[in-house]
Each structure stands twice: as C-alpha cells, then as structure tokens.
Design a protein around this ligand. Structure first.
Ligand SMILES: NC(=O)c1ccc[n+]([C@@H]2O[C@H](COP(=O)([O-])OP(=O)(O)OC[C@H]3O[C@@H](n4cnc5c(N)ncnc54)[C@H](OP(=O)(O)O)[C@@H]3O)[C@@H](O)[C@H]2O)c1
Length: 237
C-alpha cells in the first residue's frame, strides 16, 4: 500500500515493486494519475488497484486499509510516502503552508500507521516504510518547518520500531536527498523556489529511491533495514 503514488518517488516505487511481483494498492488524491499508473502496471503484467485518498483524513486512511484487506486479505507493507515541501522563511508567516505540511507529513504518516497496525499486529507480520529526508537530519534556512516534520517522521519510525519489533513488524526510514519529482512545486515564494531549484539541478532519479525501498522489503523477515540516507553523489549537505 503506497500513499502519494501519483507522482515522483511513490510512482517509481509502485513500478519497481510491481515489476518484482508485488500486488499494489495505490493511493493519492489525483485519480487520473492513479488510473494511468494502474493501467501502465497492468500493461507490464503487474497487479495494482487504487483508491483516491487524502492522507489528512483519518477516515479515508482507514477506508484505504479496509479496501486493501478486502481485496488482498492482508497488508504486507505500507509505504507512507505522501509529502509536501512548501519551504519558506519563518518571518513570512505562511501559516497555511505550515498547517498543510504538518497535516500531510506528520499526521498523514500517523494515520497510515494507525490504519494498518491492527491487522499487522494480529498477523504478527508487517513492514512500515516512512519517507523522511536529509531534512530529517539537517535543518537549513527556509526548510525549518519541513525539516521539523521530517525529524518527526524519524522519531515516529523509531518509536514504532521499539513498540512493534516484538510483533515482528519492521520499521524503515528512507531519507532521500534531492530527487527529481514534483515536490518543489509546492513552494510558493519565488526566491525560495529559485534557490531550491539550483540545488535540485543535481537531483537524482526517483528510481534510485524506489530501488532502496525494494531492497528494504526484500530482506528476509529477520532482517530489518531501519534507515537509509540516499543523496546524489554530488550533494554536500
Ligand atoms: N524529491 C525529493 O527531493 C525528496 C527528498 C527527500 C524526501 N522526499 C519525500 O519523498 C516523498 C515523496 O515526494 P516526491 O519527491 O515523490 O514528491 P511529489 O512528486 O510531489 O509526490 C508527492 C506525492 O504526495 C501526494 N500527496 C500530497 N498531498 C497529499 C494528500 N493530502 N493526500 C494524499 N496524497 C498526497 C501527491 O499526490 P496527490 O497530489 O495526487 O494527492 C504525490 O503523489 C515525500 O514525503 C517527500 O517529502 C522527497
């Protein structure tokens, strides 16, 4: 089950995992993108279903998990990937953006975990992969609120690991550096957008992160890849 499957890393992960035989449940808000991805996967011989889902809705996340359980009987892996990065200076008081990024990047991850944990605990098996970022390790100007959410994702993932390892549930943090995707489109301040655009000139393909996700999933059940940091070779910070 992948949130934010309609573009970037989520879409690349869906294609990578489908090519390896995973049965996918794709989630995001843009139905046209999900439908096209489902068709692409099916045309390549893979299996995917989708459900339009807003991760900021606890109810919709519960419905997504219920749909996955009805269709496939179990949820082996949740990839909490949906995210926004509307970077700005604090003094600009872009409070709507702060609220949105906290709702999607933190509460969305928590609601994803809440939706899948009961069935994973019952089966004593499961894997939850949360997308953090280099910004979950390093804070820079304009990325303050985004970095706070990505630090929170790492804290949540580590707490989840400590609470659920004895139930055989694996927790993985994936922390990418600059990756080509639509992520920088949520930046509204033109100066910040230009500065981030400079950094993203060296961005790597989303497939690099998809391969890392697949690696974590493919390990034997007694091996938990708890964290990966994946930067472009030429990215300094
Ligand atoms: N690209 C990078 O450089 C980079 C670096 C570090 C970490 N990351 C993290 O990687 C993850 C994926 O980002 P990306 O780079 O692939 O960006 P992206 O291309 O912008 O994809 C973001 C995805 O999140 C979904 N999304 C946003 N708000 C949502 C909501 N309320 N409900 C459901 N889905 C929502 C979007 O789908 P809809 O709009 O269709 O809902 C989209 O599929 C994010 O968590 C991001 O923070 C990315």
């Amino acid at each position: 089950m992948i949130t934010g499957a309609s573009s970037g890393i989520g879409e690349a992960a869906a294609k990578e995992l489908a090519s390896k035989g995973a049965k996918l449940v794709l989630a995001a808000r843009r139905e046209d993108r999900l439908k096209k991805l489902q068709e692409d996967i099916q045309n390549q011989g893979g299996q995917a279903i989708y459900k339009v889902t807003d991760v900021t809705s606890h109810e919709q996340m519960e419905e997504l998990a219920a749909y996955a359980l009805t269709e496939f009987g179990k949820i082996d892996v949740l990839i909490n990937n949906a995210g926004l990065m509307p970077n700005s200076f604090l003094y600009k008081k872009q409070i709507d953006d702060w609220n949105k990024v906290i709702d999607v990047n933190i509460k969305g991850v928590l609601d994803g975990i809440a939706a899948v944990l009961p069935s994973m605990r019952e089966r004593k098996s499961g894997h939850i992969i949360n997308l953090s970022s280099v910004a979950g390790h390093v804070v820079g100007p304009t990325s303050t609120v985004y970095a706070a959410t990505k630090h929170a994702v790492r804290a949540i993932s580590e707490g989840l690991r400590k609470e659920e390892y004895s139930n055989n549930i694996r927790s993985t943090i994936i922390s990418p550096g600059a990756v080509k995707s639509e992520l920088t489109e949520s930046i509204t301040d033109p100066d910040v957008k230009a500065a981030v655009g400079e950094m993203y000139k060296g961005a790597i393909e989303a497939e690099a992160i998809a391969r890392a996700i697949a690696f974590a999933i493919e390990q034997p059940a007694d091996v938990a890849v708890n964290e990966m940091l994946i930067r472009p070779t030429h990215q300094e910070r």
